[in-house]
Design a protein around this ligand. Structure first.
Ligand SMILES: [Fe+2]
Length: 306
């Protein structure tokens, strides 16, 4: 480890997500009956979704709007956390330390929270607290691919502050570029930029920033299931339970994920996928640019399609 690595923010995984909702009941049903997550006992203001042996990976809480509230990024331990805090403070990032009760909700030892230049909220935490109770899907999803790869990925949008956010996420938060997509959007004069980033694990991307029209927000969250049939059955469940399907099935060119997109009760989409690419040696990765997101499929469906 060189001196720069010892002092920079060194995120090792997307650990958890905090989701705000106006309707906890919809998340309860969507989480259990569409995603196949375990709904754990929460409080009257919280639904906790368990997808692996962590306490919970998605924490849904009552709020004034349906939106992703924050992304929880993990570092390996206390020293890495302290180094991250120092780095963020030296970059003049306004930090707030999480309270003991907030740590309990997230099942982490310590965290800080802050905004990126587009106003989206991130948290850096260490020390996941787990009872290691094995995951058991209520509808027999065979499993979610998490572990060292983290819970999946988050794709955020920003237009006005796209460049500042991209700079912040790399220079301050330590993400590294995996690839760039120039995505043609009907009605836009030029393709939208989508920058895909990895952190310190083999998942091809854990975060991406897309220059898509509209307010800065979360575009989608990926959850990766353990086999191809889990994706197909998820597609069937979404269609049969009135969940809006956003795209058809398809396979992405960058992380090779076989997946589809559906609208969650959180306003953002859930990409439900299988077979994501991993990269064991990032020093040998060549950043590439693409002009299409998928080898095939992922065709956007008209709104109202179920
Ligand atoms: Fe994705």
């Amino acid at each position: 480890m060189d001196l720069e690595d010892a002092t920079r923010v060194n995120i090792c995984e997307l650990g958890y997500l905090i989701v705000g909702t106006t309707d906890l009941g919809r998340w309860h049903d969507f989480g259990a009956q569409v995603l196949g997550a375990q709904v754990l006992p929460g409080t009257e203001d919280t639904v906790r979704l368990k997808i692996d042996d962590r306490a919970s990976r998605l924490i849904v809480r009552r709020a004034a709007e349906d939106a992703l509230a924050s992304s929880g990024w993990m570092v390996e331990g206390r020293e890495q956390f302290q180094a991250a805090v120092r780095e963020l403070e030296s970059a003049k990032v306004e930090l707030r330390r999480g309270s003991a009760s907030e740590c309990t909700v997230r099942a982490v030892t310590e965290f800080v929270t802050f905004q990126d230049p587009s106003g989206q909220v991130h948290e850096i935490a260490w020390g996941p607290i787990s009872d290691f109770v094995p995951f058991r899907s209520p509808i027999d999803v065979s499993g979610f691919v998490t572990g060292a790869l983290g819970l999946g990925h988050v794709v955020a949008t920003a237009v006005e502050h796209f460049d500042a956010t991209a700079e912040f996420m790399t220079r301050v938060c330590g993400f590294s570029l995996s690839d760039i997509l120039h995505l043609p959007i009907p009605g836009l004069p030029k393709p939208a930029r989508v920058y895909f980033y990895h952190c310190n694990n083999p998942r091809q991307h854990s975060y991406a920033l897309a220059e898509l029209p509209g307010p800065a927000t979360c575009n989608h969250v990926l959850l990766q299931v353990a086999n191809l049939d889990d994706v197909g059955r998820g597609y069937d469940r979404a269609a049969s339970k009135g969940v809006r399907l956003v795209t058809t099935l398809g396979r992405h060119v960058n992380d090779e994920m076989f997946s589809f997109y559906m609208k969650s009760p959180g306003g953002f989409d859930i990409e439900y996928g299988y077979g994501g690419k991993t990269i064991g040696d990032w020093s040998r990765n060549v950043v590439f640019e693409t002009t299409r997101g998928s080898h095939w499929g992922h065709i956007h469906l008209p709104q109202g399609n179920t």
